[in-house]
Design a protein around this ligand. Structure first.
Ligand SMILES: C[S@@+](CC[C@H](N)C(=O)[O-])C[C@H]1O[C@@H](n2cnc3c(N)ncnc32)[C@H](O)[C@@H]1O
Length: 311
């Protein structure tokens, strides 16, 4: 792929499920390179609010906003704060919201951002301007804390071995670059049959920890669902099983497929409340073989959607 671009994944499927209509108000919670935003704005004469925690994505988006005068407003912040961000922009209700989770190719492919084990760069991995960098975590967390992160957020079976190797190496010299960390991981994790780089899972884990991604996703789903008007749709594309699990559980609870945890009825003993949503995707949609062939980053994407029922 051309460096400096992001190829949107499952864009047409996501926009078809969002089904924007003229005069509707929509949210693109993960603006990125604006691929989804452009498709939504082209699909109907609607108004779109977009969010990204990455200041570079927000400034890049100014050109797209200029192409659609008065129809696109890009807000800088985290999706976990979307209620506050939208309410400050005067939005009290939405006709649809879409999230295309994870990192963009702009972030992954820029060595200076420190996400990539393929190119050497500073060990950073911040999507936004949160205080913690990957270097800080790698150089200061205890061995059990590191092992926990690698296991929980990367599902790395060799988490303990990787954590031990990191702690032993940093006693001699602290980690500063992605290449340096990747080399230490590769020295203790064997490549498996999949051909995936042995550093992949550990890098995913660190990125999720640095950006506190999972907590933000859970909060964003809750807040976006609360803003949806009857008939309003929530569409989410996830890229790994940890993200998809959060989305799947949230959708199941909202559509009455699984008990939600209620403060008043924690054991779920009473009759469940009438579902507020209906699922639009029974099982999640995946990219076609042609999309995966054209854009291998699409391979693990999963799309789920649901719609708010009439009151
Ligand atoms: C996969 S890209 C989205 C690409 C976009 N759909 C497109 O077509 O260009 C994800 C974007 O969401 C942003 N992002 C991820 N998690 C976020 C969060 N918790 N809060 C705000 N922005 C987030 C990232 O900074 C990145 O720019």
């Amino acid at each position: 792929m051309t460096p400096g671009t992001h190829i949107p994944v499952l864009r047409d499927e996501a926009v078809a499920l969002l089904a924007p209509r003229a005069d509707g108000i929509y949210l693109d919670g993960t603006f990125g390179g604006g691929g989804y935003a452009r498709a939504i704005l082209n699909a109907a004469a609607c108004t779109l609010f977009a969010i990204d925690r990455d200041a570079e994505a927000v400034s890049r988006g100014a050109a797209l906003a200029a192409e659609f005068p008065g129809r696109l407003q890009i807000l800088h912040g985290r999706i976990g704060d979307l209620l506050t961000l939208l309410s400050a922009a005067g939005v009290e209700s939405l006709n649809g919201a879409v999230f295309d989770l994870g990192v963009s190719s702009y972030q992954l492919d820029d060595p200076a951002r420190g996400f990539s084990f393929r190119h050497d760069g500073p060990l950073d991995m911040r999507m936004g301007s949160s205080e913690t960098t990957a270097a800080l975590l790698i150089n200061t967390l205890s061995e059990p804390e590191l092992a926990d992160i690698l296991y929980q957020f990367g599902e790395e079976k060799a988490a303990r071995r990787v954590a031990a190797a990191i702690v032993s190496r940093r006693a001699a010299r602290q980690f500063a670059t992605t290449g340096d960390l990747a080399a230490v991981i590769r020295s203790v994790v064997r490549p498996d049959k999949s051909g995936i780089d042995p550093a992949t899972r550990s890098f995913q884990a660190l990125r999720i920890a640095v950006n506190e991604e999972l907590a933000d996703i859970a909060a964003a789903l809750e807040q976006a669902a609360a803003l949806l008007a009857p008939g309003g749709r929530l569409v989410v594309v996830s890229f790994h099983s940890l993200e998809d699990r959060i989305v799947k559980r949230f959708f199941a609870a909202a559509s009455g497929r699984a008990p939600g945890v209620s403060r008043h009825d924690p054991a779920g003993l009473q009759t469940p409340a009438r579902p507020e949503f209906r699922l639009l995707t029974g099982s999640p949609q995946s990219p076609t073989a042609a999309e995966i062939h054209a854009n291998p980053r699409a391979r693990s994407a999963r799309l789920r959607a649901m719609e708010r029922l009439a009151a």
